[in-house]
Ligand binder design. Sequence first.
Ligand SMILES: NC(=O)c1ccc[n+]([C@@H]2O[C@H](COP(=O)([O-])OP(=O)(O)OC[C@H]3O[C@@H](n4cnc5c(N)ncnc54)[C@H](OP(=O)(O)O)[C@@H]3O)[C@@H](O)[C@H]2O)c1
Length: 433
Amino acid sequence: MSAPVLRVGVIGAGNVGAALVELLGDPSRRAALLDAATAELELVGVAVRDLTRPRPGVPRALLSDDALGLAARADLDILVEVMGGIEPARGYIEAALGRGVSVVTANKALMAEAGTELARLAHDNGADLFYEAAVGGAIPILRALRTSLAGERIERVMGIVNGTTNFILSKMSSEASDYAPALGEAQALGYAEVDPSADVEGFDAAAKVQVISSLAFGTPLVGELISREGITGVRAVDVEFAQRMGYVIKLLGVAERVGPSGISRRVHPSFVPREHPLAAVHGAMNAVFVEGERSGPLMWLGAGAGGFPTATAVLGDVLDAARNRVSGRHDVPFTVDDTLHSVPTEETTSVFYLSLDVLDEPGVLASVAGVFGRHGVSIQSMEQFGVGHEARLCFVTHAARTGDVTATLEGLRELSAVDSIGACIRVIDGGEQ
Ligand SMILES: NC(=O)c1ccc[n+]([C@@H]2O[C@H](COP(=O)([O-])OP(=O)(O)OC[C@H]3O[C@@H](n4cnc5c(N)ncnc54)[C@H](OP(=O)(O)O)[C@@H]3O)[C@@H](O)[C@H]2O)c1
C-alpha cells in the first residue's frame, strides 16, 4: 500500500525556513522521513515577504508572498511558521489551526504571548501545535518535558537559553574583559544583533522560561511579564571575584516550585559553582538543567540557534505532526494547572553576592554592616579590593529573602560612605531554595 501524502506549507525562508526546505528536499533523508512521518511529505508552498530576493535551494515555483493564502489553503495538512514576530504570524497560525491544520512554529515570542489560546484553538479543532524550536534550538527539551518526563514531578528547571549572552559572559570570563568590548566582539561575529537589547536585557530568555515552565509545571502562556534582569550591569570585577570564589557568572532562566503551590519564574545573572554542569557551557551554546523529584538532575546541551540546528527541531515536530495526522490523533500541547500561583521574585530566597564602591574611611564597614543587620541579611564573607577612592567591598550573604536584600540595597544607597552599588547577583546552589 502506498503511503499517504501530507501537504506542508512553510511561512518564512530565512535562516530557519531555508534550512528546513533543504532538509525536507534532501534525497538522502527521504526514506528516513517517510518512515518517521508514515507519510510522503509534499512541500506545497513557501511564503516570504520579498519575492525579488535570491533564494538558492528554494524551488522558484513554490515561492509566493501570500502567507495568508498558504495558511488558508484547503488541502494543507501542516503549516510551519518560521517568520517570527507576533502579528501577522499569529493571524496565519490561527487561520490554519481554526481549520484543523496542524502547526509547527519556532516562535517563542508568540508562544509566550498567546500559547494558551493557540493551544486551545488547536485542541478544539483536532490539530497539533508543536514548538520545540522555540527553546534551545536543536535541544529537544520541550519534547522531553512533554513525553519522557510527563509523569515526573519537576522541582526546578534552570537554563542557559540565550547564546548571545552566554557568548558575552564567556568572553568576559576567559579574557577578563568588560561588558562593552565583549558585546562588540559578539556583534562583529554575528552572535549579537546591532540592537542587542532583546538578548542582553533578558527578554528572549524570559519568553523561553515561560514556554519551559508551561510544560514543566502547567503555568499559562498569556503574555505575563516575569521578573527579568539582563547582563548589562555585570562588570569585569564581578566576573573576577566570581572566579576567585570558585564560580562563573551565567545568565540563567529559572522556573521552580516554591512551597506546595507556588512557581517562581525569572531571568537573572547568577554565580554558578564551577563544578555545576551549567558552568561548563561556554560560548554560544545552550543548556537546560532539570531537577525532577525522582529522576534526579538531568541536562541537555547543544546549539541554541543557527539555521540547521533549529531546522532539525522544526523537522522533528513536522514528523510528529505527520504521524499524528496519519493516525487521526493529536497531542495536547500542555495543560494549565489552575492550582498554581506565581510567586513574586521578592518572596524567593537566595544567597547573594553584592559589591559596593565605598569611601575608604574609618567606620564605613560598621555602617554598611548595620544596614545589612537592620534588614535581617547576614553576611557570610566579605573582601575589600583597592584603597582610597578605589575601595570596593564584595559581600556574599547567607540565604536571604530577595525583598530584604532589595531593602538592604536601598539602605546602602543612602549611606554617604557608599559611592555606588556595583552588582547584586544570586548565587545558585549556595543555599537557594
Ligand atoms: N535563527 C535562529 O537561530 C532561531 C533559533 C530558534 C528560533 N528561531 C525562531 O525562528 C523564527 C525564524 O527565525 P529566522 O532566524 O529564520 O528569521 P529570518 O532569518 O529573519 O527569516 C524570517 C523569514 O520570514 C519571512 N517573513 C517575514 N515577515 C513575513 C511576512 N509578513 N510574510 C511572509 N514572510 C515573512 C522573511 O521573508 P524575507 O526573506 O522576504 O524577508 C524571511 O524569509 C523566529 O520566530 C525565531 O525566533 C530562530
